[in-house]
Design a protein around this ligand. Structure first.
Ligand code: NAI
Length: 256
């Protein structure tokens, strides 16, 4: 899919959820620049329209869909409409996610439900809807955007970390069940990546202390994830499925 350009070979369309900001927006632009038609889905339509205009101005192709991934009926309808735009989906970047931090003793249950509904249930709904089409078309590649918090612990993010751990196990279950349909399912587990939303925190003394605990001694940048994402979407990774690839400057292997 995201393999190097080869004349005459069309890149398959890729659906990116949560494409209105942050990493999803970055992934959509990066994959469009690599020649993939992009189906960009998120809740905020104006931001998506801006993204589509930027992709078009750069010579790419994009269609946009206002979508709440927690709405099962809307997910099915959007995936059907996306597949009708540029032909069968070859890839999915399952990126939509939220965090609402709270200590577990004070955890608000509605917030717990929102975090699990978006990061885990929503990711499942989108992946399943996309996989049904991929199975009919002969296969595809799904990349679930997890987190190193699905593999390690940090205080105050119990709901989020639990959802991401669930997403990692769901990745393995989907990989097992869908390999027979030619569908590969892998998880990309970013470490702490600087985006507009967390920039102020990482500039604070607490944030700076966190950066010092990363072996690479710096935050990730969105583009640090590009090679891993392109690999997992690429036919060159045709025998890689059920894997969890951390891109974290060594954060998971930090010393005790
Ligand atoms: P962000 O808040 O900038 O982007 C999240 C995107 O998901 C937004 O476009 C938002 O509209 C969309 N979204 C949220 N709920 C949705 C819903 N119900 N339906 C449809 N779209 C919805 O955050 P960021 O940092 O770009 O995160 C993207 C993904 O990367 C998330 O899954 C996050 O957990 C993951 N991640 C981010 C890290 C970071 O350091 N920024 C580290 C590890 C993982």
């Amino acid at each position: 899919m995201a393999d190097p350009p080869s004349p005459g070979r069309a890149r398959p369309p890729i659906l990116v959820t949560g494409a209105s900001s942050g990493l999803g927006r970055h992934f959509a632009r990066m994959l469009a620049a690599a020649g993939h038609p992009i189906l960009a889905a998120a809740r905020r339509a104006p931001e998506l329209a801006t993204l589509a205009a930027e992709i078009a101005a750069a010579g790419g192709r994009a269609a946009t869909f206002a979508l709440d991934v927690t709405d099962a009926a809307a997910v099915d309808a959007t995936v059907a409409a996306a597949a009708a735009s540029f032909g069968p989906l070859g890839g999915l970047v399952n990126n939509a996610g939220i965090n609402e931090s709270a200590p577990l003793l004070d955890q608000d249950i509605a917030a717990w439900d929102r975090v699990l509904a978006t990061n885990l249930r929503g990711a499942f709904l989108v992946a399943r809807a996309v996989a049904k089409g991929m199975a009919r078309a002969g296969g595809g590649a799904i990349v679930n955007i997890a987190s190193i918090l699905g593999l390690r612990q940090a205080g105050g993010v119990g709901a989020y970390a639990t959802a991401k751990a669930g997403l990692i196990q769901l990745t393995r279950e989907m990989a097992l069940e869908w390999a027979r349909h030619g569908i590969r399912v892998n998880a990309l587990a970013p470490g702490y990546i600087e985006t507009p939303l967390n920039r102020a925190f990482f500039a604070s003394p607490e944030g700076q202390a966190m950066i010092r605990r990363i072996p690479a001694r710096r935050l990730g940048r969105p583009e640090d994830l590009d090679a891993a994402l392109r690999l997992l979407l690429s036919p060159e990774a045709g025998y890689i499925t059920g894997a969890v690839l951390a891109v974290d400057g060594g954060h998971l292997v930090s010393g005790l």
